[in-house]
Design a protein around this ligand. Structure first.
Ligand code: IMP
Length: 421
């Protein structure tokens, strides 16, 4: 299909990067439309690990053009490091990477502000990549944009504007224009060959019916409006975020929603199906659940099908991708969240106090003992695994299109619905 999206359905870290990597072999364009260096997309091209934070995963496919669209926030210093690393691995980016001239720029001031906010009592548990303050500046109309990095006067003006507003928050630690402008201009100069009007590039590509993949970062439950606010990221992670983040109005033909076969979360905030016991620890160890960006241990728990059904509805998900199914092998009985005690609404509470008080209602399903990490087709999965997937699919009401049982490219395979039999 010409336009596809891969979106996380939980609190991020669902294994989106690996699937984007698989699908990009057949894509003309790969577009990141939100978030920034807070993402950590882990992929294993030719069996060797690489973690992408800013760059779209399509950079690992030489036939794919990659767009960092206007909805992103970009830390130029970290992006340059990433470009260097990817090119050193043999993936030349000249003429294959385009950065929106309207994308927001994270400056050292935003990193300090994120740190200051996180040192306070009501911390969110951010990745400390300056994401919230950079988006805040955009919406407060005091932000620095990629285009400003290419023009000394424009940059001085933009920095001055931001510092004037932020100084009251930062006191003596507020930076000066002089302290920031030199390095930012130098980095702008190095990034200049990539900066473009990327909305235009995409609209041309759509006219020519090129295949475009929109690569989501974070997950639905971290969406700045629909997620577990205020314990969320600062961007729109749902499919509705694609048009504004990419910079053009469009419908997406195929929206692939990615969920782990269990659930994880990093940072603060409610997580109704969290396991603070030996099973949670076993999921963490078996699943290698440590943050790709910050190294933090991830909180682990059972899959929450009620929440999954809700976000699939509001994000228009057409197919489910279930990842890390192999981690559930030999767990004994498996629980899946199917609702919450006393909660009779089809959606999720908007009020964080209510959300935090939710107690899950579980259905218990039989587990399987077999190691499934070498399975390469849905029909070869054990009977109980197939039944687990079937229950999940029927409850959520969206067909399973992809199953993943390991980090290698070939460990993700397509299926037309949960395997029968
Ligand atoms: P921020 O995006 O760094 O502001 O962090 C806000 C919240 O989103 C925190 O709970 C982070 O742990 C979470 N978060 C941000 N990016 C990711 C991600 O890529 N994976 C998982 N959690 C994330």
């Amino acid at each position: 299909m010409p336009t596809t999206a891969i979106l996380g359905l939980q609190w991020g870290d669902e294994g989106k990067g690996k699937l984007v990597d698989s699908l990009c072999a057949d894509m003309d364009l790969c577009v990141r439309f939100q978030g920034g260096g807070n993402a950590g997309h882990t992929v294993y091209p030719e069996g060797k690990k690489i973690v992408l934070h800013h760059l779209p995963t399509g950079v690992l496919h030489k036939g794919c053009i990659n767009i960092m669209a206007q909805g992103m926030v970009i830390d130029p210093a970290r992006l340059l490091d990433e470009i260097h690393e990817v090119e050193a691995r043999g993936y030349a980016l000249k003429d294959r990477l385009l950065i929106s001239d309207r994308a927001a720029v994270t400056t050292p001031m935003h990193l300090s502000l994120d740190g200051l906010r996180e040192a306070g009592a009501d911390k969110v548990g951010t990745t400390k990549r300056g994401i919230g303050p950079t988006y805040s500046d955009r919406y407060d109309r005091i932000g620095v944009r990629m285009a400003d990095l290419l023009d000394k006067e424009a940059l001085a003006e933009a920095l001055q504007r931001a510092i004037a507003v932020r100084a009251c928050q930062m006191g003596d630690s507020a930076p000066t224009v002089q302290s920031m402008i030199g390095p930012l201009l130098e980095m702008g100069n190095r990034l200049k060959p990539y900066v473009a009007d990327t909305a235009l590039t995409q609209s041309e590509a759509i006219k020519e019916k090129q295949r475009i993949l929109f690569e989501g970062a974070q997950g639905a439950m971290l969406d700045v409006i629909q997620g577990t606010y205020p314990f969320v990221t600062s961007s729109h992670t749902l499919a509705s975020g694609i048009p504004a983040g990419a910079g053009l109005y469009l419908g997406v033909d195929d929206i692939i929603g990615v969920s782990k076969a269990y659930c994880t979360r990093v940072g603060e905030g409610p997580f109704p199906t969290e396991l603070n016991d030996a099973s949670g620890e076993a999921l963490r160890q078996k699943g290698g659940e440590f943050g790709a960006t910050t190294g933090r241990p991830r909180r682990c728990g059972w899959i929450d099908l009620f929440a999954l059904r809700y976000v699939c509805r509001i994000s228009g998900v057409t197919r489910l991708a279930i990842t890390k199914l192999d981690v559930l092998s030999a767990f004994g009985d498996l629980k899946v969240g199917v609702g919450y005690e006393g909660w009779n609404q089809p959606g999720l509470p908007a009020d964080i106090r209510r959300f935090s008080a939710l107690k899950p209602v579980y259905k218990t399903l039989p587990g399987w003992k077999e190691d499934i990490s070498k399975v390469r087709g849905a029909g070869d999965l054990p009977k109980t695994t197939r039944e687990y997937l079937r229950f999940l699919e029927e409850f959520v009401g969206v067909p399973i299109g992809i199953i993943s049982v390991g980090p290698e490219r070939e460990a993700s395979f397509f299926t037309a619905g949960a395997p029968k039999g």
